[in-house]
Design a protein. Structure first.
Ligand code: GLU
Length: 286
C-alpha cells in the first residue's frame, strides 16, 4: 500500500529505537492507528533509526512487541531510515547542484557567540535551538570536509515566498503561513546533514513522508514548531504537503513530559505488571 495514489488518508507512527516506548508513544500510535482505521486509510510504521550511534535492534524489536500487544496492526512493510541513506544523499546532492547547500563548521558555542553579537539583532530560539546567523554561508559546497555539517541557504529562497500548512490538532487548528523571514529569524539556515550522518532529522522525515505517500502526519505537539521548517523543505523540493495533526503530550503527575529514560513508564513495564491494552488506552485518555 505504500505510496498508493488512491489512498486519501495515509499516516504513520515513526518512533526512534533508542529506548522503550512509553505512554506518550502509546497515545501517539493508538491515535494515528485509530484515525487511519476510522477513515478507511492506512497506518504505516517507520523506524527512525537515523542516528546509528543510538539506535539498537533490541529497542526496535520491543517496538514491534509493544505495538502488537496494544493491538495495533500496520500496513505494508516497515520502513527503516537506515535502508534509505543513499536516498537522502541523492536528495542532498540535488539541492547542492542548485547551489543551495553549504558546509558549516560552527559548533554550538560558535553559534551562541555569533548570534549574541550586537549586529545580529534579535535572533531567537527555534525548533533547533539558537537561530543560526549564517556564519558559514559564503563557503562553497566543494570546500566541504567530513567534519562539516551541511546547511540549506535560506537566502536562496524567494524573498516573498509564502506557503502554508493545514493543522487539525486541537490546540493549533488552522492554516499557518511559512515565510522566509520567519525561518531566517526563528530557525536560521537548517542543517540537512551532520558530520557522519546521511541526513538531519528534518530532512529525513520530509523525504520519508513523501516517499511513503503520507497524507496526514499525526505526532506530538513538541514538533509543531518544526513543521514550519519541514513544510519549507517540502516546498523547495517540490514534495506534496501532508495535513498535520499535533496532539497533546502525555505528562507525569508532576506535569513533566515523559522521556524514554523514564523506564518506570515503559509500556513493557505496564505489560509485565499485568495491565491490559484497554488499561493503557484509559491511562492516556482514549
Ligand atoms: N522519530 C521522531 C520522534 O521519535 C518522530 C518523527 C516525526 O513524527 O516527524 O520524535
Amino acid at each position: 500500500m505504500q505510496g498508493s495514489e488512491k489512498m486519501t488518508f495515509q499516516t504513520r507512527f515513526a518512533p526512534s529505537p533508542t529506548g522503550p516506548l512509553h505512554l506518550g508513544h502509546a497515545y501517539s500510535a493508538i491515535l494515528a492507528h485509530d484515525m487511519a482505521r476510522a477513515q478507511g486509510g492506512a497506518f504505516l510504521l517507520r523506524i527512525d533509526d537515523l542516528d546509528q550511534s543510538r539506535a539498537r535492534l533490541e529497542w526496535e524489536e520491543l517496538i514491534y512487541e509493544d505495538l502488537r500487544w496494544l493491538g495495533l496492526t500496520w500496513d505494508g512493510p516497515v520502513r527503516r531510515q537506515s535502508d534509505h541513506f543513499d536516498d537522502y544523499r541523492a536528495a542532498l546532492a540535488a539541492l547542492a547542484a542548485q547551489g543551495a547547500v553549504y558546509p558549516c563548521r560552527c559548533s554550538r558555542a560558535d553559534i551562541e557567540a555569533a548570534a549574541s553579537a550586537p549586529q545580529e539583532g534579535a535572533l531567537g530560539f527555534g525548533p533547533d535551538g539558537r537561530t543560526y546567523p549564517g556564519t558559514c554561508r559564503d563557503r562553497g559546497y566543494a570546500d566541504r570536509h567530513a567534519t562539516d555539517a551541511l546547511r540549506y541557504d535560506l537566502t536562496r529562497a524567494e524573498p516573498d515566498l509564502s506557503i502554508s500548512f493545514s493543522e487539525t490538532g486541537l490546540a493549533h487548528t488552522g492554516t499557518y503561513e511559512v515565510t522566509r523571514d520567519h525561518l531566517l529569524t526563528h530557525v536560521g539556515d537548517p542543517v540537512l546533514a551532520r558530520p557522519g550522518m546521511a541526513a538531519s532529522y528534518h530532512f529525513s522525515v520530509v523525504l520519508d513522508d513523501a516517499a511513503c505517500g503520507i497524507t496526514h502526519v499525526i505526532r506530538g505537539e513538541d514538533l509543531f514548531e518544526a513543521t514550519f521548517l519541514q513544510r519549507f523543505l517540502q516546498h523547495q523540493m517540490g514534495l506534496p504537503a501532508p495535513v498535520y495533526h499535533h496532539h497533546r503530550l502525555i505528562r507525569d503527575a508532576g506535569g513533566k513530559r515523559l522521556a524514554k529514560r523514564d523506564e518506570a513508564r515503559a509500556i513493557r513495564t505496564y505489560r509485565e505488571d499485568g495491565a491490559t491494552p484497554q488499561d493503557v488506552r484509559r491511562m492516556v485518555g482514549l
